[in-house]
Design a protein around this ligand. Structure first.
Ligand code: ADP
Length: 613
């Protein structure tokens, strides 16, 4: 048993408890994981909107290029002068149009706008004149599309003569490459300096790292000529008086020395962002999406008006994505409508898992208890079986010894007096009856265990059965010095039963009363008819003996169980008498129970339902 218990503890209990503990421990990480998953979903949303906005700006840039080509299609020189007016007429996104003529290896001439074209044009020239004229460098964020229209420009400088010659034709592969400063060299230049983002997303704050909140987009000091390099199209963003200005530019296909461009009206451009976010209902309920400018002010609230009542800390969105070099420091930011929701969802999952693990631990505990209990029971049964074998052998041997001894005395004719001979014969008969009872009990028990016990049910009188059994046993009891009273009713009590089996119960009870009398030789048999709760016959066997020890009142009906074991009490027994008695009683629809008798001793109460014949 100890070995089995040890194996069970080592192989099942300990590993299960360790696993349960590990699972409990990992619950903490689980909560973090769920929050991460949720933030990843929202991050994907802002990433995709930021990409859509970049794509939208790129497509607007292409639209501009096509418009510039069409304006300059008939007369490029005239277009170069009037481009500001022309582009503003046909394209709402144009703030100020400009045209730059590349007139030398490092010089540019601004063909338009002229300061006389209004305050906006004047301001534009104040802001950008020197930069577009390639007279000074500026801090720019830029993006250039080489070969946007399938063209290759290896050189970007043409002399006025060459320009005239090539006017109307496509400029291809000119060798004098005065400007080999390309995008990547600019990117890698030492001018690059890291800048911090305008917002500080909560999800990044959870996992701090030194350059966590640095912008991915970095400006560089560059001249206009450097920027355009040999590219056909591009966009340039600059901060002027702390305000973002975005310019598109396009190199004329028919005259690569002419660069047409426009300053983009950002107010107009942001209108284009609204249709880009089409969330489903759930997403709409969960997050608010805003486009923030470089001062973290919302320029486009992409969420439904239903959610606008939520107050937002603009600088601390849940997640955010930078839009790109076209709109440096602009971000698509997502804010939680219910900031507690993610934590609550994570906590619910954690709680559910925690409860499941707790349930598992309880199940392991209960299972272990059941196994230990069963093992104990089996062990007790095994021990009782061993005791049973030695008890039965002993019980067989005792009467056999008496029978042999007294029959030898009679055979040797040593007992000559008639009285002595009768006494010896009585002893032999009583011992033989005891043997028969024991063997009957063992045989009956084995039949019952195999489910083969058969009863011969017949209408019978419970009083008569009790009387017969008592009278069979009376001589034996009285010869052993017992005072045996029986109180039986005059009227019969009809029951349906097997006479032999019922009398076996009564004989077993009387035999026990004798065995456990503890020197007080008084036994009573009482038979009564009772009407409540249902009409039944009540047969009681009472004694004044030792009684059943407390706690064993029910156990004495279990097979092989003995409350008084042979070693300590010196009373022989098989532990089967009451087991058989209860099984027979129950097979008759009745029962047998033990009650301590008032004034000391035992009272075994057998009841059988009345069945009128
Ligand atoms: P056994 O062969 O041991 O008598 P039983 O099944 O007849 O087996 O009885 C089971 C146990 O019940 C006995 O070992 C004894 O401890 C207890 N018992 C039975 N009858 C009495 C009684 N009249 N008084 C006290 N204890 C009793």
């Amino acid at each position: 048993m100890r070995k089995v218990a040890l194996i069970f503890v080592l192989a099942v209990l300990v590993p299960s408890l360790v696993l349960a503990w590990l699972a409990m421990h990992s619950l903490h990480d689980q909560q973090f994981l769920i929050e991460r998953q949720q933030s990843q979903i929202y991050q994907n949303v802002t990433d995709s909107i930021a990409k859509d906005i970049s794509d939208k700006i790129a497509s607007e840039q292409q639209k501009f290029a096509a418009l510039a080509e069409s304006i300059a299609a008939t007369n490029a020189d005239a277009a170069a002068v009037q481009f500001n007016d022309e582009i503003r007429k046909c394209w709402p996104l144009a703030d100020v149009g400009f045209c730059v003529r590349l007139s030398g290896p490092a010089t540019c001439t601004i063909s338009c706008p002229s300061p006389a074209q209004g305050a906006e044009a004047h301001q534009f020239l104040v802001d950008n004149g020197n930069f577009l004229g390639n007279q000074e460098t500026a801090e720019v964020y830029w993006n250039a599309n080489a070969n946007n229209f399938g063209q290759t420009f290896q050189a970007t400088f043409l002399t006025p003569d060459e320009e005239k010659k090539l006017s109307g034709k496509q400029a291809l592969s000119l060798d004098r490459n005065v400007n080999d400063f390309n995008s990547s060299s600019l990117q890698n230049s030492s001018n690059l300096k890291a800048q911090s983002r305008v917002v500080n997303p909560q999800t990044q704050a959870q996992s701090p790292s030194p350059d966590n909140n640095l912008s991915k987009i970095t400006p560089a000091e560059a001249e206009f000529r450097q920027l355009i390099g040999d590219n056909t199209d591009g966009m340039v963003a600059r901060f002027l008086q702390n305000e973002l200005k975005l310019m598109f530019w396009h190199r004329l296909l028919s005259n690569p020395n002419l660069i047409f461009g426009t300053q983009v009206n950002l107010n107009q451009l942001r209108q284009e962002f609204f249709p880009l976010y089409q969330p489903d209902d759930q997403l709409r309920r969960e997050i608010l999406v805003e486009v923030l400018n470089d001062k973290a002010n919302p320029v486009a609230d992409l969420s439904s008006p239903a959610n606008t009542h939520v107050e937002l800390d603009m600088k601390h969105p849940f997640v955010a994505t930078e839009i790109g070099e076209a709109l440096p420091h602009w971000e698509v930011a997502a804010y939680l409508v219910n900031p507690m929701q993610v934590q609550q969802a994570a906590r619910t999952v954690t709680l559910t898992l925690g409860l499941l693990i707790l349930l598992l631990i309880v199940a392991i505990g209960v299972g272990s208890w059941v196994i230990v209990h069963c093992l104990n029971k089996e062990l007790r049964l095994a021990r009782q079986k061993t005791d049973f074998v030695s008890n039965v052998s002993h019980e067989l041997k005792t009467p056999l010894t008496s029978i042999r001894m007294f029959s030898e005395l009679l055979a040797d004719a040593r007992a000559t007096e008639k009285d002595k001979q009768r006494t010896y014969l009585n002893i032999i008969a009583a011992e033989a009856a005891r043997l028969t009872r024991l063997i009957d009990n063992v045989l009956d028990f084995s039949r019952m265990e195999r489910g083969e016990k058969k009863y011969n049910f017949q209408p019978c009188d419970a009083t008569e059965v009790a009387r017969n059994a008592a009278e069979t046993f009376r001589p034996h009891l009285e010869s052993s010095g017992f005072k045996f009273d029986s109180s039986l009713p005059d009227k019969p009590i009809p029951v349906q039963g097997d006479r032999d089996a019922l009398s076996q119960i009564i004989v077993n009870l009387l035999s026990n009363a004798e065995k456990y009398s503890n020197g007080r030789k008084e036994i009573s048999l009482q038979v009564e008819r009772k009407e409540t709760p249902v009409p039944h016959a009540e047969i009681k066997v009472l004694d004044r003996g030792s009684g059943v020890p407390q706690g064993s009142e029910e156990k004495i009906f279990e097979k092989f169980y003995r409350a008084h074991d042979s070693l300590s009490s010196g009373i022989q027994g098989s532990g089967l008498g009451l087991t058989i008695a209860r099984q027979i009683a129950r097979a008759h629809g009745g029962n047998i129970v033990y009650e301590p008798r008032e004034g000391g001793g035992s009272c075994f109460n057998l009841w059988l339902p009345i069945k009128p014949s």
